[in-house]
Ligand binder design. Structure first.
Ligand code: CP
Length: 320
């Protein structure tokens, strides 16, 4: 049994398999039914969500299952029931647990006590399902579709903004796994966790990718295929985000920065705050692929769930 708690819980080959499966499910939406029964999948939220909630609920139904969407505030989890006890109960009845929560240690604990696969639907440190959707989108819009799955190696991807947040850290790992040139442009005081940068560098050394962190937005986007950003006020960290606005202002994605790319497309996981991390001109302009990116949450996550429910695909290759 495998879990998907951070981007590097899968190998580079496995990432490609998952994305290829997602693309196949996008082409033929109801072709796989791994949750036929229907089996129930628990989708639990400690934080608010629109895209993740809808895409998992829809994807589970498409795969023949029954989504059980739980807001922690309306369950015993919100009253402090131990994670281990919740894991034992949910996994005795459900076929998978999808969880959006706070610290990564919480989802690690859920996985430790769960008898079924656990999927990270966003933690403070990582947002790996979003990165699967983003990679699928890059493959579609930049022509990286090969018979064996998305061919993303060599594509360059710049993320501007808070380098210490979950999107930045997941881009480092996920893009490195895909063999891409991933660049983080951020203020020095909002740099990614060195452990994550080191893990991404080690991955890149095996995939032919490249990893860099710079404090110059211009340097990050020079000649790049994709420019991405995220809200400056991450969920649960809004106050710090607002306080950091002055140091983040040079990383706002503007038409001038986009013009430094190589026919670059613009991506944002949403929700977006126009005129903060990105101008309206860019997010609502012709280079923006944010709506395709949002829809691809559905297809990429279906690829992931179908793969996790197919042990023949991965039982020989657990992560270290
Ligand atoms: N991108 C993302 O995770 O969106 P939601 O917060 O709406 O789920």
């Amino acid at each position: 049994m495998r879990h998907f708690l951070r981007d590097d819980d899968v190998t580079s080959d496995e990432q490609r398999q998952i994305l290829a499966r997602g693309l196949a499910l996008k082409a033929d939406r109801f072709v796989e039914k791994p949750f036929a029964g229907p089996h129930t999948v628990a989708v639990v939220f400690d934080k608010s969500s629109t895209r993740t909630r809808v895409s998992f609920a829809t994807g589970i139904a498409d795969l023949g299952g029954s989504p059980l969407v739980i807001d922690a505030s309306g369950s015993q989890m919100g009253r402090g029931e131990p994670i281990a006890d919740t894991a034992r109960v949910l996994s005795s009845m459900c076929s998978m647990i999808v969880w959006r929560t706070f610290g990564q240690e919480r989802i690690d604990e859920m996985a430790r006590y769960s008898a079924v696969p656990v999927v990270n639907a966003l933690t403070d440190q990582f947002h790996p399902c979003q990165i699967l959707a983003d990679l699928l989108t890059v493959a579609e819009v930049k022509g990286g579709l090969a018979q064996s799955g998305p061919a993303l190696a060599g594509r360059s991807f710049a993320y501007l903004g808070d380098g210490a947040n979950n999107m930045s850290q997941s881009y480092l790992l996920g893009c490195a796994l895909a063999g891409m040139d991933v660049r983080i442009g951020c203020p020095e005081s909002l740099s990614p966790d060195p452990e994550v940068v080191q893990a991404a560098e080690q991955i890149a050394a095996t995939t032919g990718g490249r990893v860099s962190v710079t404090h110059s937005a211009q340097e990050a986007v020079e000649g790049v295929d994709v420019v991405a950003t995220d809200t400056w006020a991450s969920m649960g960290n809004e106050e710090a985000g607002h306080a950091a606005e002055p140091i983040l202002a040079p990383y706002r994605v503007t038409a001038e920065l986009m013009a430094l790319g190589k026919d670059a497309v613009f991506m944002h996981c949403l929700p977006a705050y126009r005129e903060h991390e990105v101008t309206s001109e860019v997010i609502d302009g012709p280079a923006s692929v944010v709506w395709r990116e949002a829809e691809n949450r559905l297809h990429a996550q279906k690829g992931l769930m179908a793969w996790l429910m197919d042990p023949q695909q991965h039982d020989q290759a657990p992560r270290d």
